[in-house]
Design a binder for this molecule. Structure first.
Ligand code: G6D
Length: 344
């Protein structure tokens, strides 16, 4: 087990560092302190060939200059919040409007574009981890309360990558964090993810309105293009439905301890996601527009897919959704494991 730390760039006089976690089988996870962005995951295929299975860039300027949250931590609240506002105890809280009249992924300066701080590094015999922190100030992007947020990234010798968030606010505030990696298990960013097979252990999805916000209904997936209860390819799922002909960008509800399994037949790579979160947003890179990636590829449409485990989007405006509100002094915790294996 090993950890390598290197300077990655300079953000207004602050050093941005890069970390690479490596296990004894050659698997690597790299990330930077800017946005806590995961920049590379080297995972073996069925022949043991290690290839990068996430979309990422080579330079800090590339990460600063794009709007697709590649690998980043999204928050203080991931997802959209309608009209960039919510009400709490009779008070209306106004957030920044960074997508039309709505609020997306924490606003203009969300957690994806701040420089996180190294809190601690741990090397054990069967895992290595780095804990990052960020102090989100009272009033930041309109959110009430100061929140010290921690994100711990761990790689195990069994091929598991674990992300654990924790945070304690000093005022009541919504908190809902996710990791926004674009996965492509083929290891070839020029190959669309439409051939990936996906299984989601969840019985419902949240239909969207014209602004990609949950309309409020929690609709059973049975008989719809959202039924991934049994494994099916992304392409097969999309079919020719109006809702999915451009791809997916939808929240799915998860059963308690529900798993998500993504696999790629040609390479044999499999990724099993286990999470304590109640939903996952499947986003199939519908808005990628050809960003130049590391390895010389470009990030066109459907060249990566996100599985953003999180609380229900816009929960602050839908009382019947599980709440994402955290009371002053109480602890928010969330964890998701990405377990890589091969189908021999
Ligand atoms: C688009 O609608 C999608 C979001 O779900 C995604 O997170 C973002 O692009 C990167 O806005």
């Amino acid at each position: 087990m090993d950890i390598r730390k290197e300077a990655f760039g300079d953000l207004n006089g602050q050093q941005v560092d890069s970390y690479t976690l490596k296990n004894d089988h050659g698997m690597e996870v790299s990330f930077i302190t800017y946005g806590g962005a995961v920049t590379k995951i080297l995972a073996p295929d069925r022949n043991g060939r290690l290839e990068n299975v996430v979309l990422g860039f080579d330079t800090l300027d590339d990460y600063i200059g794009h709007t697709h949250y590649f690998g980043a931590i999204a928050g203080r609240v991931a997802g959209r919040i309608g009209n960039a506002q919510y009400s709490l105890n009779g008070e209306t809280i106004d957030l920044t409007e960074n997508e039309g009249r709505n609020h997306l992924h924490g606003g203009n300066e969300g957690f994806n574009c701040v420089n996180w701080h190294e809190e601690e590094v741990n090397i054990a015999s069967d895992s290595v981890s780095v804990k990052l922190s960020y102090h989100s100030r009272d009033g930041e992007e309109g959110y009430p309360g100061n929140v010290k947020v921690y994100a711990a990234y761990t790689l195990t010798n069994e091929g598991g990558f674990l992300i654990e968030y924790s945070a304690v606010p000093d005022r009541d505030t919504p908190i809902n964090l996710t990791s926004h990696s674009y996965f492509n298990l083929s290891g070839d960013a020029s190959s669309p993810i439409l051939d990936h097979t996906l299984q989601i252990e969840g019985d419902a999805y949240l239909p969207l309105n014209g602004e990609n916000l949950p309309a409020g209904e929690i609709r059973p997936v049975e008989g719809t293009p959202f039924d991934f209860r049994q494994p099916r390819t992304i392409l097969d799922g999309m079919g020719d439905s109006k809702e999915t002909k451009e791809g997916y960008d939808h929240p799915f509800t998860l059963k308690k301890d529900g798993k998500i399994v993504l696999s790629h037949e040609r390479s044999g790579r499999m990724m099993t996601i286990e999470t304590d979160q109640p939903s996952v947003v499947l986003y199939t890179g519908n808005f990628l527009t050809g960003e130049r990636l590391s390895g010389g590829n470009t990030a066109g449409r459907h060249k990566g897919l996100c599985l953003e485990t999180q609380g229900y989007p816009d929960a602050v405006n839908h009382p019947h959704f599980p709440s994402v509100m955290v009371k002053a002094g109480e602890e928010y915790r969330a964890s998701t494991s990405y377990i890589f294996s091969v189908d021999k």
